[in-house]
Design a protein around this ligand. Sequence first.
Ligand code: PMP
Length: 443
Amino acid sequence: LTETNAKPIWHPMAHPAEMRANPPKVIMKGEGVMVTDIAGNTVLDAVGGLWNVNLGYSCDPIKKAIADQLSALPYYSGFRGTSTGPSIELAHELCEWFQGEGMVRTFFTSGGSDSVETALRLARQYWKIRGQADRTKFLALKKGYHGTHFGGASVNGNANFRRNYEPLLPGVFHIPAPWTFRNPFDETDPERLAKLCARALEDEIAFQGGDTIAAFIMEPVLGAGGVIVPHESFMPLVREICDRHEILLIADEVVTGFGRTGAWSGSRLSGVKPDFMTIAKAITSGYFPLGATLIGGKVADVFEADKTSFGAIGHGYTYSGHPVGCAAGLAALAETKRLRLNENAAARGIELAAVLEGLKAKHAIVGDVRYKGLMAALELVSDRTTKKPTDKKTMAVVSEAAYEAGVMLRVSGNTVILSPPLIITAADVTKIGEALGAGLSKV
Ligand code: PMP
């Protein structure tokens, strides 16, 4: 095994030839919040795997739960005729965890993309059951990210994720995200911008006809799009508009679920009850692939009271409710609760925000910093006035220098994204700041 023999793997979001020229870092070991690569470098993982390893790499209760479940029953399907103990228990736990968001039912999936796909499908089906089969369209935010399946890719708000696969789902429309740094209204005040984006949503609904729209999907805090943090008034405005037009609201909480923002969900940050929540990632802290679509009371009632031919869920995954995944999920959630990771995310997030503001004050290349809990981003620009994004080479210099200084970062376009494990300490935050500073000083 070497760093250059990874050729047979095609990597997501990368050109195969480019990956051959710049081979991936091969990670061999993880302990606490640190990972060690094949060359023996040990670095702090400020990416947290991929927004998911909230409990770090040494969570013994999850490892034990997985081992025990593997011995007892490594797999049985969660299709209609059968179920397993851990999946029933975890469904209860999730409905309890997200009771405040109005969630009453769990549909298990294998990951975030599946969860989004399921929510989109169930939204369509809901309207079929209700006799309004014309409600087929979806609305979403520009810059939103909702996974890789055809439905999720269709509602993605970034052309880069759609263009190679078009034509995608027809009847999908996007409105501007409340992103203060770049928006079509040139509005920098977050609250005023929230109103303008909500008005754009109203306009689009009027233009499409409200009774043709099945659902609106949004991340409460946009993750992969570069940590765009809407003003807390935005999601309640969206909920109110959706209610007025009877449009279902899907909260994509694949990143924001389970404490990353400092609250147990992104919806809870602003007290909104969506109709569906999509979750994955931190549900097992990354130790096993698992996701779920959670269903709110209003939708559940319609499905469960249904007497039409549209009510049966015509959709499912081989790994829906995988017993090992669900056992891992139960252990991860117990640890997440015991360690009050939401509180640690909020407290460390405040420290991280101060570090990022300091870097912005010191380095002209930092155009904007954005954060909520332990989701954070630095957007790098070659000129603060024109906001011209920095080039790829500069971004690579920053991330390599930070790696040499002992911290793994994630680069997406001209943005550095931080999503460390939620167990990080104040000393870890300082270390992330120092490594970022080392990287920025190089450019
Ligand atoms: N929704 C959001 C908000 C995400 O960030 C992601 C993945 N980053 C997905 C959906 C897709 O999840 P997965 O990669 O597990 O399929």
